[in-house]
Design a protein around this ligand. Structure first.
Ligand code: AMP
Ligand code: MG
Length: 434
C-alpha cells in the first residue's frame, strides 16, 4: 500500500508521498486546506498608502477608523412626533402645550420641556432637555396649540441617546477590514476624507499551453483562446490583488523558465495549465529549478486535483509564492477559491478566516464516486426559507458555458456516494464572506 507522512518544516507542513503502487497518495481536501490556512495566517502585507474615500471601495484598512466625537453627538429623535415628559402622559386625557418645533439641525438648547409641555420634533432632530421620550405623530392629535395622545410613553422611547453608538475616540472599524459601503459611511461620518489602506499585493498570471492563442486572435481549428488569464485576473481583483497578465507560455521549458522568472518577482505567481501528468506538463519541474519548495503537489479534489503550491527565496530576499493551477477553466476557478484566495487575502491584509461553507437543501438525488471532495457547479433556486440547490448538468471541468449559469458549488464529501433529495448539503459561494 502507498503511504504518506506529514513532515514539519517550520510553517511548512509538507505531505511527502511515499508511493509503492505507482499512484502517489494525495492529501485530502481538509488536509490541504488546513495547510494553506496555516500558511496564509503567517502572511502580512508590507506596504500601505493613502487613498481618497471615493477610491477606497474594496481596499483593506491599514489604520483603524475612530469616532471624532460621540455618536450620535446629541440625543437623536428616531421618529417624527412630539418630545414629551413621560410622567405627563400617565393620564392621556390631558393635552400638552406645544412650545415649539425642532427639525434636524436645529439648536435644541432653545427649549426646555417643562411639565404639561411638549415640542413638535422631526426625525434626526436633537431631543430638548426636559423631555425623555418621543411619541410618534401617529399617536397624537393636534388641536390649536395643544396635543392629546392616544397612548402613554416609556422613558427613552424613540430616542437614541448621545454616545450610544460610539464614544468619542472609540474604534469604529478595525484595521484589516475590507472597505465596503458601510465602512465608507463610517469614515465619512467621522470626517475622514482619506484612508490608509494596504497596497494591493501584485499577482502575476501566466497561462501555459501550446494550444492557447490570445483572445483577439483567430484560433486555428484545434486552438483555443486563453480565457484563464482573464478569469483569474477577475478573481484576483475581487480578492484584493493587483493582477498583471504575462504573455502566454508554450509547453517549452526555455520560454516557460523566462516567464516564470518574471512572474516570481511579484508577491504571488499564478500559473494555469501544465501541472497534470501529461508528457507536456512541465510546470512543476521548471518551478523546482527555481528552488521552489512545494507545500503540496495535488489534492484529493475534483475539479482541481493536480493543484500545486510552493514558495522560493529569491535573490535579494524576495519571497516568491507560486500556485500551479490546473488548466481546465473550472478547475482554475475552483482551486483559486479554495487555495489562492486565503493566501491573497492575507497578503492584502485581511485577517485569515477559516473556510466556512453554507448549507442548502438538495433539489435532486446526487450520486458520485467516493474518494474525492467534489465541487459541482450548482444553482440556488426558490424563495428565502425554501432555498434549494440544484446541480447543473455539466460536461466536466472544461465547461465554461455551464459554470456561467452557476451561483455556487455543491461540496460533496469524499465518503458520500449518494446524497438524497431534501438533504442539507454544503455549498461554496465564491467570494462570499461567511
Ligand atoms: P492542462 O492543465 O494544461 O492539462 O489543460 C487542461 C485543459 O484546460 C486543456 O483542455 C486545455 O486546453 C485547457 N486550458 C489550459 N489552459 C487554458 C487557458 N488558459 N484558457 C482556457 N483553457 C485552458
Ligand atoms: Mg496544458
Amino acid at each position: 500500500m502507498a503511504g504518506s507522512k506529514m513532515v514539519m518544516e517550520g510553517t511548512f507542513a509538507r505531505i511527502v508521498s511515499m508511493p509503492v503502487t505507482g499512484q502517489p497518495e494525495l492529501p485530502t481536501f481538509a488536509t490541504v486546506r488546513a495547510m494553506i490556512e496555516k500558511y496564509a495566517s503567517t502572511l502580512r502585507p508590507t506596504r500601505a498608502e493613502r487613498v481618497s474615500l471615493e477610491d477606497a471601495l474594496g481596499r483593506v484598512l491599514a489604520k483603524s477608523i475612530a469616532a471624532d466625537r460621540d455618536l450620535p453627538p446629541f440625543p437623536r429623535s428616531a421618529r417624527d412626533g412630539f418630545a414629551v415628559r413621560v410622567g405627563d402622559l400617565r393620564d392621556t386625557s390631558i393635552s400638552l402645550k406645544v412650545i415649539g418645533e425642532l427639525k434636524a439641525g436645529d439648536d435644541a438648547g432653545r427649549f426646555f420641556v417643562g411639565e404639561g409641555e411638549c415640542v413638535s420634533i422631526m426625525t434626526g432632530a436633537a431631543v430638548p432637555e426636559g423631555a425623555n421620550a418621543v411619541v410618534m405623530v401617529e399617536y397624537a392629535t393636534q388641536a390649536g396649540g395643544f396635543v392629546s395622545f392616544q397612548r402613554g410613553a416609556e422613558a427613552g422611547e424613540n430616542i437614541v441617546p448621545r454616545g450610544s453608538e460610539a464614544r468619542a475616540g472609540q474604534e469604529l472599524v478595525a484595521k484589516g477590514m475590507r472597505i465596503g459601503h458601510a465602512v465608507i459611511a463610517a469614515a465619512a461620518t467621522v470626517g475622514q476624507t482619506e484612508l490608509t489602506v494596504y497596497c494591493r499585493p501584485t499577482v502575476a498570471i501566466l497561462a501555459t499551453g501550446d494550444e492557447l492563442v490570445p483572445i483577439d486572435a483567430a484560433p486555428g481549428p484545434y486552438q483555443i483562446r486563453n480565457s484563464n488569464s482573464f478569469s483569474l485576473a477577475a478573481q484576483v481583483r475581487a480578492a484584493g490583488g493587483s493582477p498583471s497578465i504575462l504573455p502566454t507560455a508554450p509547453d517549452d521549458p526555455v520560454r516557460l523558465r523566462e516567464l516564470i522568472a518574471e512572474g516570481l518577482q511579484s508577491d504571488l505567481l499564478l500559473l494555469s495549465g501544465g501541472v497534470s501528468m501529461g508528457k507536456y506538463d512541465i510546470v512543476e519541474n521548471v518551478l523546482e529549478e527555481f528552488g521552489v519548495r512545494f507545500l503540496f503537489t495535488g489534492a484529493l479534489i475534483q475539479p482541481g486535483k493536480p493543484v500545486v503550491f510552493g514558495e522560493s527565496e529569491m535573490d535579494g530576499g524576495h519571497r516568491a509564492r507560486v500556485f500551479g493551477l490546473p488548466g481546465n477553466p473550472v478547475s482554475t476557478m475552483v482551486t483559486f477559491e479554495l487555495f489562492v484566495r486565503p493566501v491573497l487575502e492575507s497578503l492584502a491584509g485581511r485577517p485569515m478566516r477559516t473556510l466556512r461553507f453554507t448549507q442548502a437543501k438538495l433539489a435532486e438525488d446526487l450520486r458520485t464516486k467516493p474518494g474525492l471532495t467534489r465541487f459541482l457547479p450548482a444553482r440556488l433556486n426558490g424563495e428565502a426559507g425554501t432555498v434549494q440547490v440544484e446541480r447543473l448538468n455539466w460536461q466536466g471541468s472544461g465547461d465554461i458555458v455551464t459554470v456561467v449559469q452557476a451561483s455556487c458549488y455543491i461540496v460533496v464529501p469524499p465518503d458520500r456516494e449518494l446524497i438524497a433529495a431534501g438533504e442539507m448539503v454544503s455549498i461554496l459561494i465564491p467570494g462570499a464572506d461567511l
